[in-house]
Design a protein around this ligand. Structure first.
Ligand SMILES: Cc1ncc(COP(=O)(O)O)c(C=O)c1O
Length: 497
């Protein structure tokens, strides 16, 4: 079971055990006078202690107790009434959780392997995160903006620039409140640099968010049905491990054809270095180098959409993990960082007026984001032997063992042109995938519902084959936590077969 993060008193300051290298001191400088008051800090400690006491009984998955006011189904009906359609799962959180465990309003407890699609990376009820939220809530406002902002906005951008600039020329940072808005900023920066060039190059199966522009670039027709289309997109096939080097040659050929066909008309090539919604597809460095070099030769800016990969690979930025920093002109990040951002080089710096807006992000998301990113940076998470790499290795060990023991759930995965694959376990870092039932969408959808009932929340990725997707809380999940998760998964696979 994920250990609780105990509150430890250090003089008249408090510190969450496991927080590394005094980044608390950095955060302390950002606090409002009220949040620095000793009485207030003592009260925060009391609250955190109570929070931990009240969550101690959460030690594993458990079925509903129906405790607490309205039932889950009544709340789901209310949700349906206001949203016009039901949720994917019958999920309403109670607001209580512990580590990788979340409690729902019906009293059931589940292992959360998707975490708001990759957002809650220190899981639930984490003392460090809750402390940061309480401290931020004591500021005089809820939201920071582009006209008036507090120190958190600046420190958040500084942390990102410092991490990014270690291995790239990224130099400036614009903070936003969604991944999609970070992408909108990135596209604007690229378009302005290229004097309004109308075309975008993207990978097949990419996903970029839900604005009018991003829905057009994302490679999923269902997400742009009925929209007016005014962005011209050229799709390049993503890396196909079955084809090896030939796959790189094919992608490069397609790119060169686009550049030849539409000279000077591309504002950027947007890269997802690990495809997220598209199926947790990975590619070797050489694949990206070939394409990025071709972009550079043609003067096409390289934009790296790290909204899903950010924080989760063996470096904070996936471009650093892959050694691609020299090619990157613009990068967008989100999810794990709580507030989102678009970073760009000095050469891409747009004219005044292009990037702004009422909100940047809430004080809470900026302060909690800073706290979480500092912990990830300083807590031994990154590197080939870091905690993220070890967690991924533990996932693979459990998943490969399951595939070996229960081969009946893992028929060959169907690929285009009648090809088959036996690559059932894949992903990188905190992005983990498993492909049962030959990658069949309907059967995996049924498995997800059964899993949910049995006590594990996961999700799907891929456009065919489809995969079971895990985005576990890398900040607090331990390799041992996979034991109960895989026990439940095996039972649910049996039920769904
Ligand atoms: C690669 C990628 N880009 C952009 C987005 C959009 O982010 P948001 O949903 O925060 O707007 C996502 C969301 O899943 C994503 O995976």
């Amino acid at each position: 079971m994920t250990p609780a993060n105990p509150i430890v008193n250090v003089g008249n300051k408090t510190q969450e055990a496991g927080d590394a290298h005094g980044h608390q001191d950095m955060l302390a400088q950002l606090l409002s006078p009220l949040a620095q008051n000793d009485h207030v800090r003592g009260a925060i400690d009391v609250i955190l202690n109570q929070m931990q006491l009240l969550s101690q009984e959460l030690t594993g998955a458990k079925p509903p107790t129906q405790a607490g006011g309205e039932t889950l189904h009544a709340w789901m009906d209310r949700a349906k009434a206001v949203r016009s359609r039901g949720g994917y799962f019958p999920y309403i959180g109670s607001g209580r959780g512990r580590g990788a465990l979340v409690e729902l309003i019906d009293g059931s407890v589940k292992w959360d392997m998707i975490n708001g699609i990759g957002v809650h990376m220190f899981g639930r009820g984490d003392a460090g995160v809750t402390r940061a939220c309480m401290e931020a809530a004591l500021a005089d406002v809820v939201m920071e903006g582009n006209l008036q902002f507090n120190a958190d906005s600046v420190a958040f951008a500084e942390l990102l620039i410092k991490e990014a600039s270690r291995a790239s020329a990224l130099h400036y940072c614009f903070v936003t409140n969604s991944g999609c808005m970070a992408n909108e900023a990135a596209l604007k920066v690229c378009q302005q640099k290229r004097q309004g060039a109308p075309r975008v190059i993207a990978f097949s199966d990419c996903f970029m968010g839900r604005s009018v522009a991003m829905s057009q670039i994302g490679d999923e027709p269902g997400y742009r049905q009925g929209l007016t289309q005014n962005i011209l997109v050229d799709y390049i096939p993503f890396y196909n491990a079955d084809l090896g080097e030939r796959s790189t040659e094919m992608a490069l050929w397609h790119l060169q054809e686009c550049i030849r066909r539409y000279p000077g008309q591309h504002s950027c090539f947007v890269f997802e270095l690990v495809q997220g919604e598209g199926g947790f597809n990975v590619a070797p460095r050489e694949f990206f180098v070939a394409l990025m070099q071709a972009c550079k030769a043609a003067g096409i800016p390289v934009w790296d959409d790290e909204v899903q990969t950010f924080g989760r690979t063996e470096s904070m930025f996936a471009f650093e993990a892959l050694g691609l920093g020299e090619f990157i002109d613009v990068v967008s990040i989100g999810k794990i960082s709580q507030a989102c951002a678009c970073l760009y080089t000095a050469d891409m710096n747009p004219k005044a007026g292009l990037l702004s807006g009422t909100f940047s992000a809430s004080v809470t998301s900026l302060h909690a984001g800073l706290s979480m990113l500092s912990r990830l940076r300083d807590g031994g998470y990154y590197g080939a032997n870091g905690r993220i790499a070890n967690l991924h290795a533990a996932f693979r060990t459990k998943a490969n063992d399951l595939v070996k023991r229960r081969g009946e759930f893992f028929p060959a995965v169907k690929k285009p042109f009648g090809r088959e694959s036996k690559n059932f376990v894949s992903g990188v870092g905190g992005m983990m995938r498993l492909t049962p039932f030959g990658g069949d969408k309907d059967r995996i959808a049924k498995l997800l519902q059964n899993l949910f009932e049995d006590g594990v929340i996961a999700f799907m990725c891929g456009h065919g084959p489809h995969h079971l997707r895990f985005l576990p809380p890398i900040g607090v999940m331990t390799p041992e936590d996979f034991d109960p998760v895989f026990e439940i998964l095996e039972k649910s696979l049996q039920r769904s077969a």
